[in-house]
Design a protein around this ligand. Sequence first.
Ligand code: 13P
Ligand code: SF4
Length: 304
Amino acid sequence: MDKRILEKIKQLKEKRKAVIIAHNYQPGEIQDLADFCGDSLGLSIQAAQTDAKVIVFCGVQFMAETAAILSPEKTVLLPDKFAGCPLADMINTEQLRQLKRKNPNALVVSYVNSSAEVKAESDYCCTSANAVEVVKSLPADKPIIFVPDQHLGRFAAEKTGRDIILWPGYCHVHVVITEEDIKNAKAKYPDAIVMTHPECTEPVKELSDQILSTGQMLKFVKTSSAKRFIVATEIGMIHALKKQNPQTQFIAASDKAICPNMKKITLDKIIGSLQGLQYKVTVPEEIRMKAKKALDRMVEILPR
Ligand code: 13P
Ligand code: SF4
């Protein structure tokens, strides 16, 4: 990596009293220069706990928004204003309100990959790491609406035995990974453990040994004695895993599983973000308060 660019980022960070946080799917060079790396919720909690005034969020819109919901007094910056999440955009407030009108007794659980407005219309939030626990904690006599990811919702339904009203959203990056990909990788590396993100399709999950969020994958590998893993999630995860476990072999289930939005963040855009304090991510106070309630309820159930 160009030392001058790194030096410039370091100087600007000091000037702005900023921290750089990066999701596990970010390009490797951005993960390497970040002050903190992690999964979506872990990063927002980091963001809330830091003393820094400015947070450069290297991830996508909903992640920066979650940080802004939890830390309204801080300046949250997304270096590329078009770094969105198509899954989060698959449901809007009007669609959720209609679903609630059809199921007036239901509790709404929204995946953190959703807009602040959708969170504000929800009773609970969850992440891929705690969806099962959140659903399990809900009263047995209450129907549950789960939005927007059908695959995570179905996984939570199977694990808890609860009937869940699903929204047909999906992540275009994870559904690209096929059964064939897993079968081929297993044939080539029969001793490898298959770790899969819950956003993958059901047939892929059935062929897997472990269904884990990105943060859980890192924890799992740390305590496992296995030497080889097939990784069914966005390929940025391979960098994070290798960095933590240099002696272990990680095989991407599919090299097509690339999130183009995550890869919109570049070193130049981080410099631009620190120089111009752009692009500020804010949430209107009324929505923020309601969305925070759904996030707080999740944290109450599971302090992570
Ligand atoms: P994690 O919360 O597991 O990091 O996942 C975020 C995400 O965007 C998955 O596609
Ligand atoms: Fe959204 Fe999928 Fe990209 Fe995650 S990997 S940010 S869910 S599009």
